[in-house]
Design a protein around this ligand. Structure first.
Ligand SMILES: [Zn+2]
Length: 394
């Protein structure tokens, strides 16, 4: 019998450097970085320009990742709150409403510091203990602090609604914004914040601001959708949250912190371990490229690309086929924010083919063999490059 598919025999690696894309020029971080291992993949692989949500559309990291993984953000995006809550390890139930939170400082009814002086994580943990065990009108309020002033809040109970506005005014010298939306939610949250303020009285972090309400409902898992067992190697809570939302395995990796001090060798080892354990798809996320871009620090961004080259790409190359390297959106460090520019995309593998570009950078990807394509076309291409795509029709 003729074999229908020819699997490469190795796992696929999707390596996302967050906010990687820049305007095509010789001054981009990717162009300037010394990255011999990535450029070797470029010489033997193929490049293109990915428009994640569509040409000119500016993605958030959450909607970008969901799209890359093959999900429809119109029907399957739960908003930021549930993703953050999953990311910090809260197990969500259908109908829960989740938020992102900040500890803040309130004085005479006005916010004087939105981050309560970026209180240390350990101090925030102690304050979080004071906020446990709050139930109002049969609704349970589950609060977790994460890093510094940040945290997540989950409301659990019957008949909740995600139709509720943010209280965070994103400004100082003004009061928290009054809640608007579903009447019962407004009442519940007003009562909750009153209780929180009472319990935090006298502390420098004496209130919390909340935003990003979303209701959790389970969706089709990545494995069901693509027939690929998957593992996520990520440090940042949001990325772990996205992966958990899709049912990927998300081991805690010691030293993977989601910032510029993250242990990339540990991440490379985790990716290799997952491939050796038989996972067919590994998502490896690097956050610091985006953080440096937001700070306008092009040099910092370049140094992260160089570390990824030395500490990750060199190590993982023998274990994966295909290897895809790209970003989730552009964050040009010259502009310091997410933009709708196309993102450079590189694929390498035994069933990928090649173009004639000599290194990986925006200037080259714009002339690459894959041309321009959308984020939703990434997974079908990866599955095809794995040799696992099924014929449509006869
Ligand atoms: Zn991002």
């Amino acid at each position: 019998m003729k074999k229908m598919v020819e699997w490469t025999g190795k796992a696929a690696l999707l390596l996302i450097m967050d906010g990687l894309g820049e305007l095509p020029s010789t001054s981009s971080a990717l162009y300037k970085a010394k990255k011999p291992h990535i450029d070797a993949l470029a010489r033997d692989g193929i490049q293109g320009v990915m428009h994640v949500l569509g040409r000119g559309l500016v993605p958030g990291s959450d909607t970008a990742h969901l799209t890359l993984f093959g999900y429809n953000i119109k029907t399957e995006y739960p908003d930021r709150g549930p993703l953050e809550a999953l990311g910090v390890g809260i197990k969500l139930k259908k109908g829960d409403v989740a938020f992102r939170t900040n500890f803040a400082t309130l004085k005479a009814g006005k916010i004087v510091d939105r981050r309560a002086g970026r209180i240390p994580t350990s101090e925030a943990r102690k304050l979080a203990k004071l906020l446990q065990g709050i139930t109002i009108d049969g609704v349970e309020f589950i609060f977790h602090s994460t890093v510094e002033h940040r945290g997540a809040l989950v409301m659990r109970g019957k008949g909740l609604s995600p139709d509720i506005s943010d209280s965070d005014p994103h400004d100082v010298g003004v009061p928290p914004k009054p809640f608007k939306g579903n009447k019962r939610m407004v009442k519940l949250l007003n009562a909750y914040i009153k209780e929180v303020n009472k319990r935090l009285r006298g502390k420098r972090a004496n209130t919390i601001l909340i935003r990003g309400a979303g209701m959790y409902k389970p969706i089709q898992s990545f494995e069901e959708k693509h027939r690929l067992s998957a593992e996520a190697v990520a440090g940042g809570a949001l990325y772990k949250g996205v992966a958990r939302y899709l049912g990927m395995e998300t081991p805690d990796i010691k030293g993977a912190t989601g910032d510029a001090h993250s242990d990339y060798s540990a991440k490379a080892r985790a990716a290799i371990k997952a491939a050796k354990a038989g996972k067919k798809f590994v998502f490896l996320h690097v956050k610091a490229t985006d953080s440096f871009s937001h700070d306008g620090n092009c040099k910092g961004k370049r140094s992260i690309v160089e570390r990824v080259d030395r500490e990750i790409v060199k190590a993982v190359k023998p274990y994966f086929d295909p290897i895809v390297i790209t970003g989730d959106h552009a964050t040009p460090c010259s502009l310091g924010r997410h933009t709708g520019h196309g993102v450079p995309f590189l694929a390498y593998g035994s069933q990928v083919g090649r173009d004639n570009q000599k290194k990986f950078a925006e200037l080259y990807s714009h002339n690459g063999g894959l041309g321009h394509f959308y984020g939703k076309e990434v997974m079908p291409q990866i599955i095809n490059w794995m040799g696992l795509a099924h014929k449509i029709g006869e």
